[in-house]
Design a binder for this molecule. Structure first.
Ligand SMILES: Nc1nc2c(ncn2[C@@H]2O[C@H](COP(=O)(O)OP(=O)(O)O)[C@@H](O)[C@H]2O)c(=O)[nH]1
Ligand SMILES: [Mg+2]
Length: 199
């Protein structure tokens, strides 16, 4: 897959605001600050398309990046950000669940997990939610440039242990500083999109 033309086509909080082109969607999920926006910029090779921030909890919308009129990369708001009101949290959960369970064009889910830490209970919950919605998420362990070799070797086992599944999951180690994992992620996504386009 060559990535040529990318643009942030839609930003929304409910179905009326989402694209109606029918293109397949690849959703990115993860807790606030896991490195989602950075990965989008790195993956799409655009420095400032998605806003990155050292302060978590900024993005509260679902953002649809059109990739060459072939698919959307969909940035969902990060979860696990504590400083929001109860009302906001309920609305947030509804927006996420509606999208995950009812969005017909949602084809593939990518769950980002910080490689430096044990997956949080919210990461595990999100994994289970995606499974319930009929998707086996592709796991991306972020910020692996922060790890030494010995730490890197432990990442997959720690993730598998927390998620506790019999499935053999695909885990990609990603770093926006070294571009590690980028080619792998591109081929995973393009294979997936190619496979569903044949159906
Ligand atoms: N060292 C390193 N830092 C990263 C990487 N990805 C993201 N970060 C940093 O992590 C912080 C949060 O990133 P951001 O993309 O805004 O996270 P988001 O909240 O998930 O969208 C920022 O300070 C980024 O610079 C990475 O691969 N390596
Ligand atoms: Mg972000």
């Amino acid at each position: 897959m060559n990535i040529n033309n990318v643009n942030l086509e839609k930003v929304g909080v409910d179905f009326s605001q989402y694209p109606d082109t029918g293109l397949p969607e690849v959703a990115l999920l993860g807790r606030s600050n896991v490195g989602k926006s950075s990965l989008i910029n790195n993956f799409l090779n655009r420095k400032k398309l998605a806003r990155t921030s050292a302060n978590p909890g900024k993005t509260r919308t679902i953002n649809f990046y059109n990739v060459d009129d072939k698919m959307y990369l969909v940035d969902l708001p990060g979860y696990g950000y504590a400083k929001t009101s109860k009302d906001n949290r309920a609305a947030f959960k509804k927006m996420m669940d509606d999208y995950i369970f009812q969005r017909e064009t949602l084809a593939m889910a990518i769950l980002l997990i910080d490689s430096r830490h044990k997956p949080t209970s919210l990461d595990v919950e999100m994994f289970n939610t995606l499974m319930k919605a009929g998707m086996v998420p592709l796991i991306v362990a972020t910020k692996t440039d922060k790890l030494n070799r010995a730490e890197k070797a432990k990442v997959n086992k720690r993730i598998m242990k927390a998620i506790d599944t019999d499935l053999s999951l695909r885990i990609i180690h990603y770093s926006v500083s070294t571009n590690a994992g980028r080619d792998e992620l591109i081929s995973e996504i393009s294979e997936y999109i190619a496979a569903i386009s044949e159906d």
